[in-house]
Ligand binder design. Structure first.
Ligand code: AKG
Length: 261
């Protein structure tokens, strides 16, 4: 079992994010690169930065064709072990988004808090953000406002549908503490963990190198997703139990074949 050190956990709690020492191997990475190509080809009308729920095999409720290889990595014990150390032993996988910024015209992601978008009660989530390509300042790496999660409050967001941005909700500029911006540069295969209250975003990719990353989303078994307020999706109980009794683990699993589950 992979373990974060007490100092890693302290860093995660203090900063709201952690660059872990975990790196997935080259074979696994090549498999995921093939999955990236495959979902881009299967979803020609969707920007590659917006491939939501992409771990759900078959056509997902959002209308996108997902890929089993993303589900496999999201359930990989090494990744789930890291999540375990920050949200505890009851772990539910509920989402995975591919943010693939093509070379030359990759879109920006405005400053936002994930918690602003998601009806998770009580609000808790860890994102395991896996760099599928080398992520650098040059190709639009993840950027975070270190410590912005600490008050565990949601900042005011503006609805700004700006050309070239992946999301249309953006933290008000006056709420951004520019002195605490950290560029999260990662090698391909590295994993960072992000708290649900952390303000984060990324710049456009104008470079000659693609920047792909998979954001895998996990809630603790003490939270539930209010599906009445959300677009429907499948949930996977990966470890422990659902203490709320309000998460439905059958939805959409019924439509999956035995091989797909
Ligand atoms: O990949 C990025 O640049 C942004 C990721 C993000 O916003 C997220 O994981 O919620």
């Amino acid at each position: 079992m992979l373990k974060l050190s007490p100092s890693d956990v302290e860093t995660y709690n203090r900063q709201g994010f952690l660059i872990t020492g975990h790196k997935i191997g080259a074979d696994r990475l090549s498999t995921l690169h093939r999955a990236v190509e495959s979902v881009i080809e299967a979803n020609p009308d969707v920007r590659p930065e917006r491939l939501v729920n992409i771990h759900q095999p078959g056509r997902n409720p959002q209308g996108l064709v997902g890929d089993r290889r993303f589900l496999d990595i999201a359930r990989e014990p090494d990744i789930v072990d890291l999540v375990n150390d920050v949200i505890g032993p009851d772990i539910i996988l509920w989402g995975a988004q591919l943010f693939c910024k093509p070379a030359g015209d990759g879109m920006a992601v405005p400053w936002h808090q994930d918690g602003y978008y998601w009806p998770i009660r009580p609000l808790a989530n860890c994102t395991a953000w896996l760099a599928l390509d080398a992520c650098t300042v040059g190709n639009g790496c993840l950027r975070v406002i270190s410590g912005s999660h600490r008050e565990r409050r949601l900042f005011s967001h503006l609805r700004e549908a700006r050309e070239g941005q992946v999301l249309d909700l953006e933290v008000k500029p006056e709420e951004i503490d520019e002195t605490s911006i950290v560029d999260v540069e990662l090698e391909a295969g590295q994993v960072a963990l992000l708290d649900v209250f952390l303000v984060h975003g990324s710049n456009p990719n104008r470079s000659a190198n693609r920047r792909a990353a998979l954001a895998m989303r996990y809630i603790p078994g003490t939270s539930y997703i209010d599906m009445e307020l959300f677009s429907p999706r499948a949930l996977w109980l990966l470890r422990g139990k659902d203490h709320t009794g309000r998460n439905d683990f059958d939805v959409f699993h019924r439509e999956l074949t035995r091989e797909e589950i």
